[in-house]
Design a protein around this ligand. Structure first.
Ligand code: SIN
Ligand code: CO
Length: 396
């Protein structure tokens, strides 16, 4: 695990604490050679292969005849064959594949390098491919993002403009105007951190060496920040469930022993309003309840995520494998905790003592090494998660 006072080459020699204090959510940072010799984790053919799979979220963005076009995957060979073989400024394209960390262990490992930002904020690793001149146009994102350059190069421009008006009717968010404030050519291993709402524009630049063309691939490590309104709506839904489970101290029935005669029987009397208002104010929440809400909500997988259930096995065999191999979170799993409450893929369990220490290590590092589990209840819990496909044995 990174310590907050350790200078990281990933952050251009800054410590995570310095990065958080000076740049995170505040200003952009260009880091040359953030990852030495980084050439990427997969090649264009492998990325295109992912984009052809049913459960993978992918898009092809094409710019032609002065217009932007967006299509969603899964794609097939014909879709790729139809794209311009000789792209130009007037006609180009890019392929974007979301959540590559769900399919590639190396991608999940790459994300662990960014664990100086809480897992609860992590969204996914998106990988893009574009031939020379391709890109998604000038835009801004609502998310914090680290744009790590894989193979090839990308010419980035950023803008401090406050005019964020978008082209109306475009199938993706494209800024109407773009005024460059800074620009850089990023090469393999270079990285650009951008805070939310900062306008940017990246154009793929292919490199040619010994007659071999290398096109641009960019790795976007994206962090999510839910809208306050979304959090409020979801939280009220969560509170409603608790109310239905009678977990809130709102008992009893409406009472009006002091009812006085009203002039209008149809009028909602002020005494009734005051009594109901006082009762509603008894609906309160502690930090534990908010943590429970956040843990279940933020660890809940996106709608398209499906876990592959594992075959049942004898508990003794499971314990032996755990003792021999250790266990890891499945690439699609997210595990968070608060105190002794643990959240995995939207589910909550309470665990204390040594078992909690072990689960915290699993949540932080996404794996635990070979371990003999003494606590029967913990063993059963890990087994259930394994069967559900949330966990997988480490490979030797
Ligand atoms: C890209 O990789 O093509 C786009 C990344 C971004 O601008 O957010
Ligand atoms: Co962007």
């Amino acid at each position: 695990m990174t310590t907050k006072n350790q200078a990281l080459s990933l952050l251009g020699g800054l410590t995570p604490s310095q990065f958080l204090a000076e740049y995170w959510q505040k200003k952009p940072l260009l880091i040359k050679n953030a990852i030495q010799n980084f050439e990427g984790l997969l090649n264009p053919e492998e990325l295109a292969g992912l984009a052809c799979e049913d459960d993978v979220q992918s898009r092809i963005i094409e710019y032609k005849q002065d217009k932007w076009h967006a299509r969603h995957g899964p794609f097939d060979d014909e879709d790729f064959a139809k794209l311009p073989q000789k792209p130009s400024a007037a006609h180009n394209w890019t392929l974007l594949v979301q959540s590559v960390n769900h399919y590639l262990p190396e991608a999940a490992e790459l994300l662990q390098q960014f664990a100086f930002i809480p897992h609860a904020r992590l969204d996914d690793l998106m990988v893009s491919y574009a031939p020379d001149g391709g890109g998604v146009g000038p835009h801004f994102d609502s998310y914090d993002v680290f744009l790590l350059q894989g193979q090839g190069r990308r010419f980035w421009r950023i803008s401090e403009q406050t005019d964020l008006s978008l082209i109306e009717g475009a199938p993706l968010r494209i800024l109407q105007n773009f005024e460059t404030s800074q620009e850089w050519l990023l090469e393999a291993g270079d990285m650009l951190y951008l805070p939310p709402h900062l306008a940017h524009w990246g154009i793929a630049v292919s490199s040619v060496k010994d007659g071999v063309t290398t096109d641009c691939m960019t790795y976007s490590i994206g962090f999510r920040a839910p809208k306050n309104q979304e959090l409020a709506t979801e939280f009220l839904g969560f509170m409603q469930d608790r109310l239905n489970q009678d977990k809130l101290t709102l008992t009893g029935t409406y009472q009006d022993a002091d009812l006085s005669l009203q002039n209008h029987p149809a009028e909602i009397g002020s005494a009734m309003i005051a009594t109901v208002s006082a009762n509603l104010q008894k609906i309160q929440w502690s930090n534990e309840i908010v943590a429970e809400f956040l843990g279940t909500y933020l660890s809940d997988p996106k709608a398209d995520v499906v876990f592959d259930v594992n075959k049942k096995m004898a508990m003794r065999v499971f314990a032996e494998k755990l003792a021999k191999l250790g266990i890891a979170l499945d690439l699609k799993s997210l595990m968070l905790f608060f105190g002794d409450a643990f959240f995995i893929n939207g589910e909550q369990v309470k665990v204390s003592g040594d078992s909690a220490t072990l689960l915290k290590a699993l949540a932080d590092n996404r794996h635990i090494t070979a371990t003999v589990i003494q606590d029967e209840a913990l063993l059963r819990q890990l087994y259930d998660w394994y069967i559900a496909g949330y966990l997988t044995f480490n490979v030797n």
